[in-house]
Design a protein around this ligand. Sequence first.
Ligand code: SF4
Length: 344
Amino acid sequence: MSIVGRFHGRPIILVETLPLVGHIAFGIIDRGTNVLQVRPTTLCPLSCVFCSVDAGPRSRFRASEFVVERSHLVKWVKHVVRAKDGEVVEALIDGVGDPASYSDIVELVAELKRIVPRVAMETHGAPLSVELVKKLESAGLDRLNLSIDTLDPEKARYLQGAEWFDVTRVAKIAEYVARETSIDLHITPVWIPGVNDEDIERIIEWGLAIGAGKRFPPFGIQKYEVHRFGRKVPGVREPSWREFWRFIERLEARYGVVLDYRRMIDRFGFRRVRRYPRRFRAGDEVLVEVVCPGWLKNEVIAVDREWSCVVTVVGVRYEELRRRSVKVRIIRDKDCIYVAKPAR
Ligand code: SF4
């Protein structure tokens, strides 16, 4: 690992040798289905007011940003696909940043297409351009999951936390994607009750008019959720799931389009398959080597003795544990994302 720059005061750490399983923010996440989440970068130019992962220039909790070297990432994708007996239908490039800001995104898409049948990518659209879209199409990108939360320029600047953000430009690029390329457009607004209810309706009308959803469902509306280290929209209460489904049902009735993602799973071809083997279980005590500062403050990243996975150790400072071997107790193991505390 080396520090290759700074982003609003935070070091950008280039990941070239670390294991790429075990961390929520970078590498590969397998949730036991035939979709692999591939996370090349934590960087994002926006600071959405609802961002559940506190990304962008206005982050308050992040200590470092991570960018994964492309060939290292591809090598690990191959390794995880093999461990799942090749049962992977889609690589979804997503993350706690905006993948479109990854400088090697075109090459990454092209290389992933040689490994898995389908490659999709999430973005809020700020780093997109028509030129980039053309290159992504040539690289074989199958689907663009575009989060666009309003078509109103002023509200978009507020929601995306960036005065320079131009949603009209992003909408034009989206129209180009839907009408002029083989890439499918799947529009994924975040519903923030009382803030963009009507905007979601305008987005559905617009998405249907431009031809979103050529092969896959056109929309995947997301629920606004409050997370401990995420940003909270002032004056807005997180909706309950009941409220969310009621909102979705009302829109489905009005527009005659499926918006409930539980009924879209077949159309995406998603199903449960063999998981990547779990290395540790919650409660295990393991010896790990601390290798770099963590993604959030008061965290460090460590590796196990075999360098098979990374473990986030929380409640510690990097300056105190730099390059040391420490015994930790695993407190979280879900989906092979390992979080630990120093063992007593
Ligand atoms: S919601 Fe997405 S685009 Fe917005 S700040 Fe967070 S990571 Fe960036």
